[in-house]
Structures are given as C-alpha cells and as structure tokens.
Design a protein around this ligand. Structure first.
Ligand code: NCD
Length: 346
C-alpha cells in the first residue's frame, strides 16, 4: 500500500499497522488503543511504581532495557513531556539522545525531515517525536515499516491533532482517582477551554469510547468548539456528549473537570486576543460547586485558567498527573519492548 492510500484509512483500520506480532509497536493515535490495552497499561504502571520503591527493584528495572537507545526528536516546545519520556527511558536503563532544534541539524542543508528521522533510525531502537505537523509521526512510522530497519515511533504530540501518551496518563489518573468509585465507566467529564486546537482533549475524547456510559461536556468559547471529525467519531461510537459555554453550570454535574489553556501558538493572525477566555477560567468560588469526590485535571502548562489557589484543594490532581505520566510512559515502553511479562514476574 502507498502512503496516500494508507493516510485515508480510518484509525481502526490503521491499528494493525501499528502492531507487530500482536504486540504494540508504534504509538501514533488514541484510536489505536482498546479497553484491554488501557486496563493493562494502568495495572502495569502501578506495578512498576511499586517495584521502583526499593533499591533492588530500581536495579531490576534498570536492567530491563540496558544497552537500548532512544532518540527524542522534539521540534515543538516541551518541558514536561520531554523530561517525562527521558526519565521513563532512563528508569528502564535506556540511553537517550536528543534533537530539539532543527537550526543545528542537516535540515538547514535542505534535508527533508523524513530523511533526518530515517537517519536517527540507523542509530537507535526507539524514536519519540513531537512535531508541529499533524500526521508526521504517522508518516514516519509508515516509512520505517517499509524500510530495512524499522524502529518503533512514539508520537509525543502532533500539532493540534493528537497527544496519545498524554491521553494515557490522563486515563491512568482517572483510573486511580476513581478506583474506589467503580472506575471510569459511567463518569461525567467536562473538557474545558480551547477544544478546537487542544490535542490533549482530542486524544482523551477518542479514548472515551472504551468506557461504558461516559458522558462528556465540551465547554468552550463558540470560536474554539470541538471539531466535527471528533464529534462524528463519538456519535458513531455512541459516546454521549453535550456542548456548553457555561462552566459554572456544568461543574456541579461532573466527576472530572479537565482544564486547558488557549493554544494561541496556532493563531493565524492573533485571533485569540478577540476571544473572552476568562469565562473558561476555574474561579476559586467554583470549588464550592464541585462534587466532593470530583477531580480537577490540567495537562499543564497553565496560565490564568487555573489559579494557584486551587492547588491546595485535595481534588486538584494535576501535579499527580505529571508523575503518573512518567510511570505510564515506563509501562508503555516496557510493552513496546515486550518486557511487561518480566515485570509481572518480578
Ligand atoms: C500539552 C501539549 O503540549 O499539548 N502539554 C503537555 O504535553 N503536557 C498542553 C499544552 O501545551 O497546552
């Protein structure tokens, strides 16, 4: 199959292409994950966290992928995701190299990004990439699969489109938070802010088809509503959702509020400045409206939409999300390299 035909396939049809012998290989889009995989990755992350508590366990984890190398190709700004992946690789004993600035790479000599990444694949065993263009990670995975030396590719953020590993850590955070309340099934979740250009909310919304009876509330300014492709996907998979512009009205109804900042780096001509985003800030008084067992999430970095006064509330879980992200990425890399079984046997 050529790239043009492949590109047009649906996520569910592409899934097989991201697998190898029944095991996950490339991590490109949220649609490729099913419930079995999500449950397994959450349980494996928890097991790894427990093992890492002892020195002996830490040494065991370090031995698992010793001698393997990962390349972090991050040409869009990142602190959390970059360090989270780097730490995850290091916990498993991998060595990491990085390219973060194309002005110092051969791309300035006119090399295509495809050739640049193919060069990396000659040196390393795993490529983790953040790239501004939607579909680029997918194209690289496609290219490498058809090359003599395939290596797994992890999408760490593809422009406005997707951020599948953020969605995994968000699921892990929801899973842990609702462990004693029947899990994620049946929960009501508000996604708030720039839903049009926010890749974290897009990837997370895709994952909701894996849970029973979830209802989503899309709370955004009219200019920044969730795109139709995603709403169509949810309708097809019978995930209930509702759109709203009234955050204060939605908060008392939900079990989780997922806040996001305005993604003004994608502005074409400063259009964000004309939007009144303050209506989509979590005001301190909203804490009174929120259910006692509900949680407040944010992928970070934050701006004024999430005042620091909220941090003291026990329902604020965004710093836990950051930590969960590292463990879920360790679990993911362990699964890609098929050492999950050894971890369970430890
Ligand atoms: C997010 C991203 O990069 O999409 N950050 C992250 O990875 N935690 C969210 C954002 O930048 O707003």
């Amino acid at each position: 199959m050529d790239w043009e035909s492949f590109k047009r396939l649906r996520g569910s049809q592409k899934k097989a292409f991201f697998m190898r012998d029944g095991n996950i290989y490339h991590v490109i889009m949220a649609q490729q994950f099913d419930r079995g995989f999500l449950d397994e990755i959450c349980n494996l992350a928890t097991r790894i966290r427990q093992i890492a508590k002892s020195n002996e366990g830490t040494r065991f984890l370090l031995s698992l992928l010793q001698g393997r190398r990962a390349m972090l190709y991050f040409v869009q700004p990142s602190t959390r995701t970059f360090l989270s992946f780097m730490s995850a690789c290091q916990i498993l004993g991998m060595q990491c190299s990085e390219v973060r600035d194309t002005s110092t790479s051969s791309e300035v000599k006119g090399e295509t990004p495809e050739d640049t990444v193919r060069t990396f694949s000659s040196y390393v065993d795993l490529i983790i990439m953040r790239y501004p263009e939607p579909g680029f990670a997918e194209r690289i995975a496609f290219l490498l699969n058809n090359s003599g030396r395939p290596v797994p590719v992890i999408n760490a953020g593809s422009g406005r489109d997707q951020h599948p590993t953020q969605a995994l850590l968000d699921i892990y955070t929801l899973h842990r938070s609702f462990e004693d309340q029947g899990g994620i099934d049946g929960k009501k979740i508000a996604l708030v802010g720039d839903l049009k250009r926010g890749r974290t909310v897009r990837s997370l919304a895709y994952l909701m088809k894996n849970y029973e009876g979830v209802k989503l509330y899309f709370v955004s300014p009219p200019e920044l509503r969730m795109e139709d492709d995603l709403k169509e996907y949810l309708r097809e998979h019978e995930v209930e959702f509702e759109e709203s512009e009234d955050l204060a009205e939605v908060i008392p109804q939900v079990d989780a509020v997922y806040m996001t900042r305005i993604q003004d780096e994608y502005d074409l001509e400063g259009e964000s400045k004309r939007i009144d985003y303050s209506r989509f800030h979590f005001k301190v008084e909203y804490l009174q409206l929120l259910k006692p067992n509900a949680i407040i999430m944010h992928p970070l970095p934050r701006r004024q939409e999430l005042p620091t006064e909220i941090d003291q509330d026990r329902r604020a879980v965004y710093w836990r999300q950051v930590r969960n992200g590292m463990w879920v990425r360790v679990a993911l890399i362990a699964k890609i390299f098929r050492v999950g079984g050894e971890i369970w046997h430890y």
